[in-house]
Design a protein around this ligand. Structure first.
Ligand SMILES: [Zn+2]
Length: 253
């Protein structure tokens, strides 16, 4: 009988929890071993349930699951808290962590990439906790690393039309999945490429070594908006659907 079940022990973050029946939750989870999965947590909303306090977003959990082979659902058997990222963090750090979960809600997470993405997420959260300034730049680096894992990284200094390297990019070119030099940007009619402010271009070039600049850097709200837009457009091009992070609207530099 037991052979008919598939059991799974994995670390996971909860991406979404939806009340189900009287006392249960349906959990959308980002799991280290199986990517994105749906889990039924039976009876978890009962007052005396010892596990109910752990079923929160931003908790790094170890969950034990079972399920029938023919069902896409898993059933939660038990849960352990590895680390809670929810407590003792300021509002901006909370927003930047929520933005990571919001990103995963919009992405497919293939099983073969799940472990690398999980590691990346833990490192990202731990870095945010130890960063007092410009956490948004840590978030951009996190998104760029996701792009690399998915094989859709863009080169921040290479012009995608002429192939020349420039010190700083002049424009973003969404349909070409990259950036343009000033010459190619001028050759474009203008509607297809989006000019980048010098401050934004300078920051994009520094992104690879952003840790060295975090303390002294001042990032303007206009540049934050511009880089967010570039990244949203790039994700949208690849996902073939609008990508947007609502949580970032509450970030205050
Ligand atoms: Zn060019």
């Amino acid at each position: 009988m037991s052979g008919a079940h598939r059991d799974l022990l994995t670390r996971a973050f909860i991406l979404r929890k939806t009340p189900f029946k009287d006392s249960s939750f349906i959990l959308e989870c980002f799991s280290e071993k199986a990517g994105k999965i749906s889990v039924i947590a039976k009876g978890i909303r009962r007052e005396n349930n010892k596990d109910s306090g752990m079923i929160e977003l931003l908790n790094d959990l170890e969950i034990r699951l079972t399920g029938k082979p023919e069902s896409p659902w898993y059933i939660l058997k038990s849960v352990n808290l590895i680390k809670s990222y929810f407590q003792e963090i300021d509002l901006n750090t909370n927003i930047l962590m929520q933005s990571a979960l919001e990103t995963y809600r919009q992405l497919e997470i293939p099983r073969e990439e799940a472990s690398a993405l999980y590691d990346l997420t833990i490192r990202y959260f731990d870095t945010l906790i130890s960063t007092s300034h410009n956490g948004i730049a840590i978030f951009w680096r996190f998104l760029l690393r996701i792009l690399r894992i998915f094989g859709i990284e863009f080169d921040l200094q290479l012009c995608v039309i002429c192939g020349k390297s420039e010190n700083t990019p002049a424009a973003f070119y969404p349909s070409g999945n990259g950036f343009l030099c000033s010459y190619c940007h001028q050759q474009q009619s203008g509607s297809l490429s989006i000019p980048i402010m010098p401050e934004t271009a300078d920051l994009l070039v520094k992104m690879k070594n952003i840790g060295n600049y975090l303390q002294e850097m001042i990032i303007s709200p206009a540049t934050i908006q511009e880089i967010n837009q570039i990244l949203f457009l790039h994700f949208s091009e690849h996902l073939h659907t609008g990508f947007h992070l609502k949580s970032l609207e509450y970030y205050r530099p």
